[in-house]
Design a protein around this ligand. Structure first.
Ligand code: AKG
Length: 253
């Protein structure tokens, strides 16, 4: 990460990395989605499915995309593991849930999401890498958050009408992205899905990571289900552990 990226992530709890995917990668992923997961939108205007990493080689490659991997290691540590993955596709008018997440306690309930920075080292619990297959311009909706809330001490004071998007105070931000960008955010950030208002479809692929010792998901990957996974991807898919876990990225000799 550049010093400015580190500053921004520490300040706001998320980061947009521009142009991680090139046009070919985006086209391939879109074609895979159309092929493997065609289907109609329900009335909600929202489609979600998990394990998009199984769609094919281009989707598996996102587990440790070379442009994203250095951010994973820096934000989650050398033993970073992939926790779970899914996608969010939306049509105009699509809605999903409310602002959620947040540091440590979510409205009085332990949430087990966390962000720390100590002596220049950043560490996070569950952290998301969202590969954007569509633009989200001003007012389009999609990913929204309360920048800086990963360090807030008053999240229980966020009014319910704000969490449910009934009111849009200045401290809630819809994050603008272009095709190929990646949004990285800690789940310790208050975040959610804002109503999609654009004419074009929203397509986002979300890959979530945990430090080597922990898991958010109740189920783990089974590398045997990914015969084409590389050794590095298999290391990332291993169940959580600390003792003797090799580093995700092998030290070069
Ligand atoms: O990208 C989005 O729409 C928000 C995703 C979300 O809420 C989450 O990952 O928990």
């Amino acid at each position: 990460m550049t010093p400015e990226e580190r500053f921004t992530f520490d300040l706001e709890g998320y980061l947009v990395v521009k142009g991680v995917l090139d046009r070919d990668e985006v086209d391939t992923l879109n074609a895979l989605a159309d092929d493997v997961w065609p289907g109609d939108y329900a009335e909600s205007g929202l489609r979600r499915t998990s394990r998009v990493s199984m769609w094919g080689p281009a989707a598996l490659a996102l587990v440790d995309h070379p442009r994203a991997l250095p951010y994973m290691v820096e934000l989650l540590g050398p033993k970073v593991r992939v926790d779970h993955d899914y996608c969010i596709f939306m049509h105009k008018g699509g809605k999903a849930g409310r602002l959620h997440g947040g540091p440590t306690m979510q409205g009085g309930v332990p949430g087990d999401h966390w962000y720390k920075c100590h002596d220049g080292t950043i560490r996070n619990g569950l952290t998301v890498f969202t590969y954007c297959l569509s633009d989200a311009g001003p007012g389009d909706g999609g990913f929204g958050c309360i920048p800086g809330s990963h360090k807030s001490n008053y999240i229980a004071s966020i009014p319910d009408e704000v969490r449910t998007y009934g009111r849009h105070p200045h401290y809630v931000r819809q994050v603008e992205v272009e095709v190929g960008d990646v949004i990285i955010f800690t789940e310790a950030l208050i975040h959610g899905t804002m109503e999609w208002t654009a004419e074009h479809e929203r397509r986002s692929l979300l890959y979530k990571y945990s430090p080597g010792h922990s898991s958010w998901s109740e189920t783990y990957y089974n590398a045997a289900e990914y015969p084409d996974a590389t050794e590095q991807q298999c290391r990332m898919m291993a169940p959580p552990s600390v003792g003797n876990r090799p580093d995700t990225v092998e030290a070069s000799a």
